[in-house]
Design a protein around this ligand. Structure first.
Ligand code: DX5
Ligand code: ZN
Length: 220
């Protein structure tokens, strides 16, 4: 069985104290750090670029899970790969040339992921499944932290799990992002998720490191 991983979203961290917050997440046992890159076009919000990812990489001992919510991601893959990403995930809705972008990511020897917005069907990735290391199912509309979990995401995870099993692609990880909290993480895990992104669910807790540990226990 694949290891279940917690990937806290730095979007909810204190940007003036990123190193302090990263230490706290590491102490809690975070397996990955989720970095939300937004361009003000694909999503309304604007966040961070490659120099900040490179700075995070310098102080982090856990791999970086970089979620690109940007138009034309192909233009920036090389920058984020050089900045130190371990995973780069692009949105299927944001590129006309998904297959090419995935090859671009893999050429850097890092993990290639594709993300689907809540309304986007799984059929859009059917013919690239064999090129993927990870599929990220959005369980909120991307752009902001602190939104409520969209329950239809659970059916999508179950259907994706079956698609992967039918094709003997069980090594492909399933990630979920948006509205993940201690009270729904077990159900989400049972649907077939391997990687759990949580921003406000972790940073909103009085003791974020202890919250990560409790989440690990719930999915373990
Ligand atoms: C949303 C981002 C998420 C966000 C999740 O566009 O992709 O990673 O930080 O935040 P929560 O866990 O608060 O829903
Ligand atoms: Zn994200």
């Amino acid at each position: 069985m694949k290891e279940k991983k917690i990937s806290p979203s730095l979007l909810s961290a204190d940007f003036a104290n990123l190193e302090r917050d990263i230490r706290m997440l590491e102490k809690g046992g975070a397996h990955l750090l989720h970095v939300d890159v937004m361009d003000g076009h694909f999503v309304p919000n604007l966040t961070i670029g490659p120099p900040v990812v490179a700075a995070i990489k310098k102080v982090s001992t856990v791999p970086l899970d970089v979620h690109l919510m940007i138009e034309n991601p192909g233009q920036y893959i090389d920058d984020y790969a050089k900045a130190g990403a371990a995973y780069i995930t692009v949105h299927v809705e944001a590129t006309h040339h998904l297959h090419r972008v995935l090859q671009q990511i893999k050429a850097h020897g890092i993990k290639a992921g594709v993300s689907l917005n809540p309304h986007t069907p799984l059929s859009t990735i059917e013919y690239v499944l064999q090129d993927l290391d990870m599929v990220l199912i959005m369980s909120v509309n991307p752009g902001f932290g602190g939104q409520s979990f969209i329950p239809q995401a659970l059916d999508k995870v179950r259907a994706l799990k079956k698609m992967l099993q039918d094709r003997n692609l069980n090594q492909v990880e399933i990630e979920i992002d948006g509205g993940i909290k201690l009270d729904n993480i077990k159900e989400v895990s049972e649907a077939g998720v391997d990687i759990f992104v949580s921003g406000s669910g972790i940073f909103g807790a009085p003791d974020p490191a202890a919250m990560i540990q409790r989440m690990i226990e719930e999915v373990g």
